[in-house]
Design a protein around this ligand. Sequence first.
Ligand SMILES: [Zn+2]
Length: 347
Amino acid sequence: MTEKEFADLCQARGYRLAGSGKAVGTERGWPVTLIYGKKTLTLCLPAEKGERKLRARGLKRGLRERLGRNASTIWGNGFVAVYLKLKGVSDPYNQEIRPALEAFRDAGFTVPDSCKICGRSGCDSIIPSGPAFHPAHRTCVEKDVRAVKEKAEKNDREGSFLLGLLGAVLGMAVGVVPSALTIILASRIYVILFMLIPICTYYGYRLFHGKMNRAALVLSVLLSAVGVYLLNYVLLVYNLGSRYDLSFGQTLSLLPAAVRDPSVFTAITRDEDFFECVIFAVLGIFLAWGQISRTNKHLVRDAQTSLDNLFPYGDTQAEQSGETEETPETPEESDTPEESDTPEAED
Ligand SMILES: [Zn+2]
């Protein structure tokens, strides 16, 4: 199946596209997420905590009876996913999706109606959480968005640059540790760990209630540079310590002296390893940019986007359209199985 065919299928069944290769619709009252793959289709439903124990066996049996080896299940935190192989399948909906949903029904899955945010029933929307969509109240999502906005406004008024700076310095020091350890212990240098330096700096600033404006980004970049020096001081002192066989305490006591001595500073900046570190730090900043450039404005905008992309619960017409011989069901909990092509022997 091509991605275009997937989009056509979703449109025909009343699914809404939710990002690339992903669509969401309501089937038998369930919020169903379809995830596109070239040779597979993944069907994802929300699942409550205890559901796996109760339903896993019945679902597996139902899927095997209807789809043989073409379907396999994966249970995750808050969801259950069914992988459907599309080899030799000309009509993915009627040959695979519908039978899979029947297996869900026969396994005793009920229509979920507890809000992901407040836990109460009477949901009118669905929100993404992990790979599946979950029911929620629009008012709950709005409340969440309001909370983000209020927090941002409070931070605009009361955020402190100085406290944030303190947090950022501490965060930077923490972020240097993994790189120092891997270089010392494994003689390896990883961009992914250098990425931690700006990210830890940013979150240190945020955690200490620094004002979330451009200062967060500027500090994260500047302190990453300081972090590279710090890292190199640590490495230099460590190398001295191991060369002259000093104890850990003696090695540590060298650090303040090294930091005070300007000749050490110039020696470090001329070192080849230092340039390697600088390049890695620049790459780390580049990779972390999306995270460390998030100001109050971005945080509020992201929250607003989640509200704008809220899908109504139960308004898609997946069951009404086209080829199926079934009568449309009301998404009430009286989910009576009216016709099942393979009636199961209950044990
Ligand atoms: Zn709610």
